[in-house]
Design a protein around this ligand. Structure first.
Ligand SMILES: [Zn+2]
Length: 501
């Protein structure tokens, strides 16, 4: 019986969507949502239990979100990563007042499949979601054509799909679809197949997919039974996109079945207002979403996972401002920023950040720089980030000069040598010999094994070696060129290349 009902809903949804979008042929696709209208049984339960003390805590729930980026078969057409990250940060900003916050689970999942990238039908989208959803997370897909809509949520396979062209920084389509994912209907629920006409009397009930839905009255007398079932979302009859501005969320006058009139309010995310006024959920919607997470999606909540805000200021330890550094052995070292889990590092030899020599994301607080331009000033800047906050400002820039330095410049007072003892041994590890350093000097040095791009593989501190021989394990590495770098307490550094075969 459940299956038959589902099939019925799917068929109706398809008819509905075909009807909904036929008016937009040959024009830019509409800023519409393709989620089939539904008042979920779970939502009815939540609405009967609003105010239950268990869901009234102020604890922030951190929810993992898996992001899937669709491209064509040839690997082209992906939406810009930056745009997705900015939209993600906007999502968290809108959800902030609900105590629900998202973090990005793992890397973006890039999928090359032209049929899914541009799908006309919900069934193709459903196959995409079924094949790629990861468990213990909410899943969102970014495509070129989302079955003709700006976005939709597929309740049967639990996936949100967003059309790339709708990620424009104004539209809240992603936020809106995640609202659906947490069981929220439109504020105008019931009107999805009916265009409101202010010149005609408003009926007590309207027909939606063969079922009568009560029209919500202005006096709140039927708010729990009518429309979306929320008593703190104002009556809304507008199932077509309409424009609102940041300082005015109000639209046309609506007349309810009793003849009372109010202006429609577009500030709710689940309305069809299009514009910056649409930016919040109501208290009851918030409670329903939290109940959906805590009662019906316990797998996506891990109370031990917490994130905090990431500041943009970074303390760069090396190089110092205007320091002269060895052009082919320069490195960058900075203090870790609280709550940051990775950093974007940019390096240029120009007076502005263009034609970058480095534009890299690192999880470390150290980066070996590539060969610099001799006798040139360089500038570096760092952006601290996290899975929770993939948007931030860059730190203040740090300028330094690349030059050819002698060893004495690098290590004043120390006649220092680092010798690779067994340069070709992949399976026995690498042994290096340090000459010219007293054992006491080793107390405050760091030794790092990095790949040729400066990505650190392993690090030894002074507790891990004695004497003047140091051993690096190389098991698990592939053959290639690596760097061994020694950094002294005073910031001096020397690197040696080692070829592992
Ligand atoms: Zn919608």
């Amino acid at each position: 019986m459940k299956l038959l009902q589902n099939v019925g809903v799917i068929l109706l949804a398809l008819i509905f969507s075909a009807d909904l979008f036929s008016q937009e042929i040959n024009s830019k696709p509409p800023h519409l949502c393709g989620t089939p209208p539904d008042r979920d049984e779970r939502l009815i339960y939540y609405q009967q239990n609003l105010g239950n003390y268990r869901f009234l805590t102020d604890d922030t729930l951190f929810i993992p979100l898996k992001i899937h980026i669709l491209g064509k078969n040839d690997g082209t057409g992906y939406v810009s990563r930056t745009l997705v990250e900015e939209s993600f940060c906007n999502l968290n900003e809108v959800f902030l007042h609900t105590g629900i916050q998202f973090f990005i689970k793992g890397d973006f999942n890039y999928i090359d499949n032209t049929d899914w990238y541009s799908h006309d039908s919900f069934s193709a989208g459903e196959r995409m979601i079924l094949s790629n959803n990861v468990p213990d997370a909410l899943n969102s897909y970014f495509v070129d054509n989302a079955a003709g809509a700006c976005g939709y949520y597929n309740t049967f396979v639990d996936g949100v799909v967003v059309a790339n062209f709708c990620l424009d920084g104004i539209d809240q389509i992603w936020t809106h679809e995640i609202g659906h994912q947490f069981t929220l209907p439109h504020t105008f629920y019931g009107w999805e197949a009916t265009i409101y006409n202010p010149d005609e009397p408003t009926p007590e009930q309207i027909m939606l997919f063969g079922q009568w839905v009560e029209v919500e009255k202005m006096d709140g007398s039927n708010c729990r039974e009518a429309a979306d079932g929320f008593c703190d979302t104002a009556p809304d009859y507008l199932s077509y996109p309409w424009i609102c501005t940041a300082d005015n969320p109000l639209g046309i006058f609506l007349t309810d079945p009793l003849g009372n009139m109010e202006r429609v309010d577009g500030s709710n995310i689940m309305s069809y207002a299009f514009g910056p006024c649409r930016n919040s959920f109501s208290e009851e919607q918030t409670q329903a979403m939290r109940m959906n997470i805590l009662l019906d999606r316990p797998d996506i909540v891990d109370p031990s996972i917490k994130f905090g805000p990431v500041e943009s200021e970074v303390t760069i330890i090396h190089p110092a401002e205007n320091e002269i550094v060895q052009y082919d052995e320069a490195y960058l070292k900075w203090e870790s920023v609280p709550n940051a889990t990775y950093y974007q590092v940019q390096l240029t030899s120009l007076p502005f950040f263009s034609n970058l020599l480095v534009d890299e994301v690192v999880r470390d607080t150290f980066l070996q720089l590539p060969q610099l331009v001799l006798e040139n000033q360089h500038m570096v800047r760092i952006k601290p980030l996290s899975e929770f906050q993939p948007c931030n400002n860059f730190s203040n820039r740090r300028a330094f000069i690349a030059s050819e330095l002698s060893n004495t410049d690098l290590f004043p007072g120390i006649d220092f040598q680092m010798k690779i003892v067994n340069p070709t041994s992949l399976n026995r590890g690498v042994e290096i010999e340090l000459k010219g350093l007293e054992e006491s000097d080793l107390d405050n040095v760091e030794l790092r094994l990095s790949d040729i791009n400066g990505r650190m593989i392993s690090q030894l501190n002074s507790q891990q070696y004695s004497g003047n021989k140091v051993h690096f394990e190389t098991g698990g590495l592939s053959a290639g060129i690596y760097l061994i770098t020694l950094i002294t307490e005073s910031g001096g550094m020397i690197s040696e290349r080692v070829i592992l075969q």
